[in-house]
Design a protein around this ligand. Structure first.
Ligand SMILES: [Fe+2]
Ligand SMILES: [Fe+2]
Length: 367
């Protein structure tokens, strides 16, 4: 509030020098009268910064905040100290704690304690899939090193895990029945030519071993194994007398036998494999220099799996007894693929095959 002076004579005038330089005697000041007072008030509290008490960031307050936020969460939320003692657990964590034998004020299982120490040491959050009492949890450990505790968020993923396991098992069952069907077809092919009994199974073993030696991914070599197991399926259509007849074949007869990759392709092409099995069957007699059949493909135009299959097929074909010649034996077969290396057969597949037999002691079951 401020006072406002009104009226006249509120200010005393200056003193004037008198005659002769002497100061004139002072006149008595006029009577000062305050005749009125005005007061104005304005609310300025909005312009002033609000004065609040300093925030409470004590561990106890943080714990209360966490408890308020996590009370209704469907996921388990816990706070643990670095020794693994449970400082807080929300209601959703109750079954989780019961299964692990922990409780508020008690320590979590030893396996957890190690994870918590590791999390605190590195100071970064980490997630683990943990099985507790037959249930699976996706658990995230989030350290708060400055306050010396770890927040734990656990989501029950048991149903998802069980669904994934069921899907994997169904897929394995499907693959097993597919393999059994393929093995049955392979036996049907070989029944028509007893001298080739077990040929496709052995070629599959050799081809997969070569693929592994070359570092082919296991999922890819699974397709190679299936293709190798039925690579001569087209011979179902070849007259049996041509397959078992000793002696040299006429050009036309040879042509009929050479139809088997195409016939095999026709049989397999509509089966919905996750690998190009029909193409592997079609290309297993192609040669690197383009002199193979049926398409005369060259080099990398031929699928890698088909190039591996060709090496395995030649090794086993030469090793086994045929109606028109005796078995040459493995060493002679290896020398033959060495001779064909690069020109007819893929050089890396041949090298891998030679390493397998000569250095790693590989030996498929005898013919
Ligand atoms: Fe063949
Ligand atoms: Fe073959």
């Amino acid at each position: 509030m401020e006072a406002v002076h009104t009226g006249s004579g509120s200010v005393e005038g200056p003193r004037l020098p008198g005659p002769g330089g002497t100061e004139a005697p002072a006149r008595p000041p006029p009577q000062q009268v305050v005749s009125a007072l005005l007061a104005a008030m304005e609310d300025i509290s909005a312009r002033k910064p609000e004065v609040r008490p300093p925030p409470d960031d004590s561990p106890q307050q943080k714990l209360r905040t966490l408890a308020r936020l996590a009370a209704e969460s469907p996921n388990a939320v816990l706070r643990l100290d670095t020794a693994g003692t449970v400082l807080y657990a929300n209601p959703a964590a109750a079954p989780f704690l019961a299964a692990s034998g922990a409780a508020e004020g008690r320590r979590v299982p030893a396996g957890w304690a190690a994870l918590i120490r590791e999390t605190c040491d590195f100071g970064i959050a980490r997630s683990e899939e943990i099985e507790v009492g037959g249930a699976f949890y996706d658990v995230t450990f989030a350290p708060v090193p400055e306050d010396g505790y770890v927040n734990v968020y656990a989501q029950d993923i048991t149903r998802r895990r069980r669904a994934e396991d069921a899907a994997r098992e169904a897929s394995r069952t499907l693959l097993r029945s597919l393999e059994q069907t393929i093995a049955m077809v392979a036996r049907a092919v070989e029944k028509r030519d007893p001298s080739t009994s077990g040929h496709q199974q052995r070629v599959a073993l050799i081809a997969v071993a070569i693929a592994a030696e070359m570092g082919l991914a296991p999922e890819r070599s699974e397709g190679l194994r299936l293709a190798a197991t039925i690579h001569d399926i087209g011979k179902l259509h070849t007259p049996a007398e041509l397959l078992i007849r000793p002696g040299k074949l006429m050009a036309l007869e040879l042509e009929l036998i050479r139809q088997h990759p195409v016939t095999g392709y026709e049989i397999v092409k509509d089966v919905d494999f996750p690998w190009p099995v029909a193409q592997m069957v079609l290309q297993h007699h192609e040669r690197m220099d383009g002199t193979g059949y049926p398409q005369g493909l060259e080099g990398e135009e031929i699928l890698l799996e088909a190039r591996i299959l060709a090496v395995a097929d030649v090794v086993d074909g030469l090793s086994m007894h045929r109606p028109y010649r005796p078995a040459l034996g493995v060493e002679a077969a290896l020398q033959e693929i060495e001779r064909m290396r690069g020109r007819w057969l893929d050089a890396q597949a041949v090298d891998a095959c030679l390493r397998l037999y000569r250095e790693r002691g590989f030996a498929p079951p005898p013919a």
